[in-house]
Design a protein around this ligand. Sequence first.
Ligand SMILES: *[C@@H]1O[C@H](CO)[C@@H](O)[C@H](O)[C@H]1NC(C)=O
Ligand SMILES: *[C@@H]1O[C@H](CO)[C@@H](O)[C@H](O)[C@H]1NC(C)=O
Ligand SMILES: *[C@@H]1O[C@H](CO)[C@@H](O)[C@H](O)[C@H]1NC(C)=O
Ligand SMILES: *[C@@H]1O[C@H](CO)[C@@H](O)[C@H](O)[C@H]1NC(C)=O
Ligand SMILES: *[C@@H]1O[C@H](CO)[C@@H](O)[C@H](O)[C@H]1NC(C)=O
Ligand SMILES: *[C@@H]1O[C@H](CO)[C@@H](O)[C@H](O)[C@H]1NC(C)=O
Length: 280
Amino acid sequence: MQLLSLLLLSPALVKAAHSPRQPSCDNQPNPRVPTIWLAGDSTEAPGGGGNGTEGWGQYLQYSFLPSVALVNNSAFAGRSARTFTREGRFDIIASNLKEGDWVVIEFGHNDGGTPPVNATVGDKGRADCPGVEIVQTYPTYLQNAARKFLEKKAKVVLSSMTPTNPWEFGNYSYKPSIFTYYTWLAASELGGPSKGVYFVSHGQYAAQAMKNLGKETVDANYPLDHTHTAPFLADVVAQSFVLGLKCGTGGLQDLVVNATSRLQGAVLGTCVAVNETLPI
Ligand SMILES: *[C@@H]1O[C@H](CO)[C@@H](O)[C@H](O)[C@H]1NC(C)=O
Ligand SMILES: *[C@@H]1O[C@H](CO)[C@@H](O)[C@H](O)[C@H]1NC(C)=O
Ligand SMILES: *[C@@H]1O[C@H](CO)[C@@H](O)[C@H](O)[C@H]1NC(C)=O
Ligand SMILES: *[C@@H]1O[C@H](CO)[C@@H](O)[C@H](O)[C@H]1NC(C)=O
Ligand SMILES: *[C@@H]1O[C@H](CO)[C@@H](O)[C@H](O)[C@H]1NC(C)=O
Ligand SMILES: *[C@@H]1O[C@H](CO)[C@@H](O)[C@H](O)[C@H]1NC(C)=O
């Protein structure tokens, strides 16, 4: 009786209760779902390194229903953490993101500069470039960007760089670059998961998949050089990122369409051991 009178008093409620079901909007961008912003270089960017290669970021969307999360691939070829910062690309993401969004940051391929020699040769990661900018270290750029995103109540995934072709020299061989360690360090110094910052050992997962695929397939999918992947391998590299997510603790994994058991297998392999100094 009380409910009935409530309904009678509130035509809007009555109307809402009887309005027809909305058609499914699964193929339409939904501004109310979280956006997963990707910041990175050509290995992740639309069009990859050109000449028919592709960035893995283009395939990440297939692991999320558009009604659950959207991917904005803002990775840009040729960029380092420093030039991405300097060109305002992190700022563009920061100004567009909303609470609950995720930002995946993955650099390293373009970040190795001249090693420090002295005040004039090499930049030591902190010397002044006269009149242009103050150069920071790689972890500093990552942390500065991450703090901007955290301030806006987004969460951050710091992801380690993809491998160069691990079959390049005949047999399989993968050694993480120093920037993998720096990425881990940046996540650790930011406070890790308790502060909304997660590390994905993407390079390790991608290398594992490339090991499983074998030399012939992997060589054929580095058509240009040892850095840029053909579409097939870019898709595998995206899936290896997703497995890395699923093997961690970040809430982003809950939005993934596939169960971990569907991802683990002959190609992607299984979860890998991590350095327990930093929970991921
Ligand atoms: C890539 O494509 C450009 C033009 O599209 C061509 O000039 C260049 O030689 C190609 N590079 C390689 C390595 O195939
Ligand atoms: C990604 O976001 C930027 C900034 O809002 C926008 O300019 C760009 O068109 C978006 N890209 C896609 C593929 O949605
Ligand atoms: C810096 O190192 C370079 C290369 O070794 C050398 O030529 C130059 O004289 C050094 N400059 C100073 C100020 O020490
Ligand atoms: C590759 O591995 C095989 C088997 O372990 C070995 O016989 C061969 O010498 C290795 N080749 C290179 C280039 O390391
Ligand atoms: C998840 O499943 C979808 C649809 O079944 C598939 O297209 C996609 O490649 C899968 N993603 C991964 C990361 O395996
Ligand atoms: C984890 O990383 C820290 C920092 O680099 C290092 O000191 C420690 O030895 C590592 N632990 C393992 C088990 O690799």
